[in-house]
Design a protein around this ligand. Structure first.
Ligand code: ASP
Length: 310
């Protein structure tokens, strides 16, 4: 595998291979006191984050460390980026310093692709850990891993993605991957939070949540991304919550087996009621756990690409 920049164009066999490897890694490490595999010994992984992150950055770091890679975390605020260094110069510096893989999060859509072009000659691998409102491929892969665990399979399932589609990279990555894996996707949002061109995503779009709930095998809630909003997209948090928040009454409308996902960070009381977030129907912490194994699998496929040594 060469770079992981998006799920658009990620072939089903490649996605399935990553998910299967993540499964194998999870089973291999299960119950082990020492969670360490020698697979990436001597390889250097750099996380380069220009935006805040808890789950993604930590789980990439844990993933690299559990595979015995040397992991170095660079945050834009404490690096030479703060002195005005460009993304290109920063990337070339990291590569020259020995990075085998750069994991980048950046507020500009397309930043990971640019980085991959600049580092192509050096052979440095690039993983997109979220670029603006564009894509977040490892989030979609860990969501698929969680759906496989909870539902047995993704193929033939109906997945609802609810909320701020306009600013969400999670939604786009999920639509592409879920469709590749054979799921049907329904996108549910107020008209103001639907991006133009959504008809090309290949998913149906609805504006009312309640009628969709009984048809879904899983509902994925998106955070309302206030940091990307310049203007009023809905009247108030309370009204958003009344129309789109997953509360207990709405949870009861879902089929018994349906699972609730959220990429985090959650805005409790807005897109999800605290009692729903903490209910056994929600797989939110399971998603985080799977994130580590999926990211180990991605690093494995990019940097080792051979039989597991575990
Ligand atoms: N953590 C996800 C992301 O970085 C979702 C979010 O921030 O709402 O895109």
């Amino acid at each position: 595998m060469r770079h992981l920049l998006s799920t658009e164009g990620l072939a089903a066999p490649d996605a399935t291979a990553v998910l299967d490897t993540a499964d194998t890694l999870k089973q291999t490490l299960l119950g082990r006191e020492v969670k360490k595999l020698p697979t990436l010994r001597g390889r250097t992984v750099v996380t380069l984050f220009y935006e805040n992150s808890t789950r993604t950055r930590v789980s990439f770091e844990v993933a690299g460390k559990w595979m015995s890679a040397d992991v170095i975390n660079v945050s834009a605020s404490s690096s030479s980026v703060g002195k005005g260094e460009s993304l290109r110069d920063t990337a070339l510096t990291l590569s020259a310093a020995g990075a085998d893989c750069v994991i980048i999060r950046h507020p500009a859509s397309g930043a990971a692709h640019r980085l991959a072009e600049w580092l192509e000659e050096d052979g440095t691998q690039v993983v997109n850990a979220g670029d603006g409102t564009h894509e977040h491929p490892t989030q979609a892969l860990l969501d698929a891993a969680t759906l496989r665990e909870r539902l047995g399979d993704v193929s033939g399932r109906r997945i609802g993605i609810v909320g701020d589609l306009l600013h969400s990279r999670v939604a786009r990555s999920n639509v592409h991957l879920l469709r590749t894996l054979g799921a049907e996707v329904t996108l549910i949002a107020p008209p103001t939070l639907v991006p133009t061109g959504i008809e090309h995503w290949g998913a149906e779009v609805r504006h009312e949540l309640d009628p969709e709930l009984p048809k879904l095998d899983a509902v994925m809630l998106l955070r309302v991304q206030a940091e990307r909003m310049h203007g009023g997209f809905f009247p108030s948090a309370r009204e958003y919550s009344i129309a789109y928040g997953l509360n207990e009454k709405r949870l009861a409308k879902l089929p018994e087996h349906a699972v609730v996902l959220h990429p985090g960070p959650m805005l409790r009381g807005m897109e999800i009621a605290p009692s729903v977030a903490d209910s056994p129907r929600a797989a939110i912490t399971q998603q985080v756990g799977n994130g580590v194994h999926v990211r180990m699998a991605v690093l494995y496929h990019l940097l080792a690409g051979e039989e597991l040594t575990a």
